[in-house]
Ligand binder design. Structure first.
Ligand code: HSE
Length: 436
């Protein structure tokens, strides 16, 4: 039987990893796929500097259109990134009847609905395992392994750079900017690192997982996104004293009112397994009604780790090449005509508990004012920690943990607390999840 011919668009970190992993494990891969798989063509912006892979036997070009139009290519692997040229090339590949594998989370989160419709019309597949949590096979696990379950919620550490920064801040009291520079040098951070630290990258990944978990169209524009750039050493330390860790989580929950879709720093009890996922590692916790909680852990970025997911997708497509397109696993786990438009909840409607850190003057009546405001907003306090001022009459940090409350009440309370004369700075609010 003839080998399956693959064209790779982009020979950067993941593209080179894909060539390396496919070549290194070719024998094992052929045994699994039942056919030889060959990367015959690859495109990149420039070949002036050497690539991190052996390109012998691969026809190289700087014009990616050559590859998506090449009749011999059956599978196009898009590893360019972004939503401009990458979207054009993927649409062109689909129009030419080619299957597509991509690691591009922004492309799937923002244009997936359009791309899947096109793929379905042409009877081809877009596979995107590498778009979420790098090497962890979370898409396959949720789409196939958990197919018997009603998924209730999921929560994940899905940005390695952010997790690395928070871990180093906690363990080594390092400075935010200094750790970010190291993550960039290690090749984990996005080209624009604000995507990592402001939660945009995690929101792309969460959007994709939520669609697969709940059978809803992709709705990146409705995701609530808050980054980690305001987390201070002080908060990391107080959280730890109270038995919690701060993690940057993507959370999606199905409630009676709608679906929560939110990325923000979160206090979680330190004894939870996911609270102990450190450094650049990723983990996703999925709660199914039948199976209960399941946890998926591994490398969320990196050349070979991400290539592991890309190559697995190529193998999946090769195995299904001769199957009837109607009988393939649906892109978003549910049949396209069975996707439902469950509303995404506005963040102000989300119910959760909170960590509050308030800097106040050290004088009588301040705590009474704060607790009165909280009580008027029906916010019940779970714990209070008040630190001594560093100097006589100085500023006192007051830390409170609250019970669950609807976010709009907390917004109103924070506004009133910040308006008190005795309160300095803005109130630091971090949402809490028990993940139990
Ligand atoms: N910048 C991403 C991260 C890379 O740090 O997790 C993988 O998507």
């Amino acid at each position: 039987m003839q080998s399956v011919k693959v064209g790779v668009l982009g020979l950067g970190t993941v593209g080179s990893g894909t060539v390396n992993v496919l070549r290194r494990n070719l024998k094992e891969i052929t045994r699994r796929a039942g056919r030889d798989i060959e990367i015959t063509r690859a495109a990149d912006r420039s070949f002036d500097s050497p690539k991190e892979c052996d390109t012998n036997g691969i026809a190289l070009t700087t014009d990616a259109h050559d590859i998506v139009c090449d009749p011999s290519i059956q599978i196009v692997v898009e590893l360019i990134g972004g939503t401009g040229i990458a979207r054009e090339l993927v649409l062109e590949a689909l129009a030419n009847g080619k299957h597509v594998v991509t690691a591009n989370k922004a492309l799937i989160a923002m244009h997936g609905n359009e791309l899947f419709a096109k793929a379905q019309e042409k009877g081809v597949t877009i596979a995107f395992e590498a778009a979420v949590a790098g090497g962890i096979p979370i898409i396959k696990a949720m789409r196939e392994g958990l197919a018997a379950n009603t998924i209730e919620w999921l929560a994940g550490i899905i940005n390695g750079t952010g997790n690395f920064i928070l871990t180093e801040m906690r363990d080594k009291a390092r400075d935010f900017a200094d750790v970010l520079t190291e993550a960039q040098a290690l090749g984990y951070a996005e080209a624009d690192p604000t995507f990592d630290v402001e939660g945009i990258d995690a929101a792309h990944k969460l959007t994709i997982m939520a669609s697969i978990a709940f059978g809803i169209p992709l709705q990146f524009d409705k995701a609530y996104t808050e980054g980690i750039s305001k987390i201070s050493q002080e908060d990391v330390k107080y959280a730890s004293e109270l038995g919690y860790r701060i993690k940057h989580l993507g959370i999606s929950k199905k409630t009676e009112q709608g679906i929560e879709l939110r990325v923000h720093p979160t206090l979680i009890p330190h004894r939870r397994l996911i609270a102990n996922v450190d450094g650049v590692m990723n983990a996703v916790l999925v709660q199914g009604d039948a199976v209960g909680p399941t946890l998926y852990y591994g490398a969320g970025a990196g050349s070979d780790a991400t290539a592991s997911a890309v190559v697995a997708d190529i193998i999946d497509i090769v195995r299904a090449l001769t199957t009837d397109p109607e009988n393939r696993v649906p892109h978003l786990a549910f049949q396209p005509d069975a996707l439902v438009d469950t509303p995404i909840l506005d963040m102000s409607e989300v119910v959760t508990s909170y960590y509050l850190r308030i800097h106040t003057e050290d004088k009588p009546g301040v705590l009474a004012d704060i607790t009165r405001i909280l009580s008027e907003q029906e916010i019940s306090i779970e714990a209070i920690l008040q630190k001594e001022p560093e100097e006589q009459g100085g500023i006192v940090p007051v830390i409170m943990l609250t019970q669950q409350v609807i976010e709009k009440n907390m917004n109103a309370a924070i506004k009133q607390i910040e308006a008190l004369q005795s309160v300095q700075d803005s109130v630091m609010r971090i949402r809490m999840e028990s993940l139990g």
